[in-house]
Design a protein around this ligand. Structure first.
Ligand code: FAD
Length: 221
């Protein structure tokens, strides 16, 4: 069935960060979205996966940060695109609204891997920073946008698969004890389901109401 809502977007660039991670940059063509929104991105033969928009809603380009899954149907194909190719996407959609719809309440961002994407979109769009950001990656080179985030808000990076001189060696959940847990704070968690469940459980055990915990699962398991 043909969905007339699809739009085609020209590829501006595929910026490879390392062998597993890349940024897909498309012409925006005035597509409207809110930070936190995803779009389903299509291959030429009609397979699709949702990806969270990482650019700001006031920018002219549309960016996605994507981990290439070996053997995956869509992410390796996207990594192979070149400038000038055309890519079909659905209208943006979503319910995850980091830092939004909570009035003046303070908020915290917690991400693993490409789960940083909606927070990068938020940063590029709004001025008010989170009171804290925890960011977990496998390798230091996976930490997309880290220098920009570091200049904007208090942030801790956890690197699980290599030792670095500046960052925690281990999982992002090891850093939960560094949060100050001020009453009324909202917590936005995005990325791996197991991390999100663990963070949610820890927050609940420490008295954070369920309605202050917001989740966006990218990867199950
Ligand atoms: C709301 C939402 C937003 C998302 N946003 C992003 C985003 O911004 N960036 C991004 O990179 N991804 C994002 N994803 C994940 C993305 O949609 C795809 O699932 C991912 O790119 C894999 O698709 P694929 O077709 O390449 O692999 P598939 O063909 O779907 O899977 C290939 C193989 O990899 C396995 N696999 C899938 N995920 C993992 C994992 N984490 N660890 C180990 N094995 C795995 C599968 O079980 C399968 O065996 C998002 C997902 C959701 C639900």
């Amino acid at each position: 069935m043909i969905n007339l809502d699809y739009t085609n977007h020209r590829v501006i660039d595929v910026r490879v960060m390392n062998e597993e991670l890349f940024e897909l940059v498309l012409e925006r063509n005035k597509l409207a979205f809110i930070p936190g929104d995803c779009a389903a991105v299509y291959t030429d033969d009609g397979r699709s996966r949702p990806y969270s928009i990482a650019s700001g809603s006031n920018e002219n380009e549309l960016r996605f940060v994507i981990r290439k899954m070996n053997g995956g149907e869509v992410s390796p194909w996207l990594m192979g695109r070149r400038s000038g190719d055309s890519i079909r996407i659905t209208p943006p959609f979503g319910w995850f609204r980091p830092g939004q719809e909570i009035g003046e309440a303070p908020f915290v961002f917690i991400a693993t891997g490409t789960g940083i994407a909606p927070f990068l979109s938020y940063r590029a769009t709004f001025d008010k920073p989170p009171v804290h950001c925890l960011y977990g990656v496998r390798r230091e080179s996976d930490a997309i946008g880290f220098s920009k985030l570091r200049n904007w808000c208090p942030i801790r990076l956890a690197v699980s698969r290599e030792q670095t001189s500046d960052h925690h060696h281990g999982r992002v959940t090891d850093l939960l004890n560094t949060l100050s847990l001020t009453p009324g704070t909202h917590y936005y968690c995005c990325g791996l389901e197991s991390m999100i469940n663990e963070v949610g459980e820890w927050l609940r055990q420490n008295g954070v109401p369920l309605m202050n915990i917001h989740r966006e699962v990218f990867f199950h398991g």
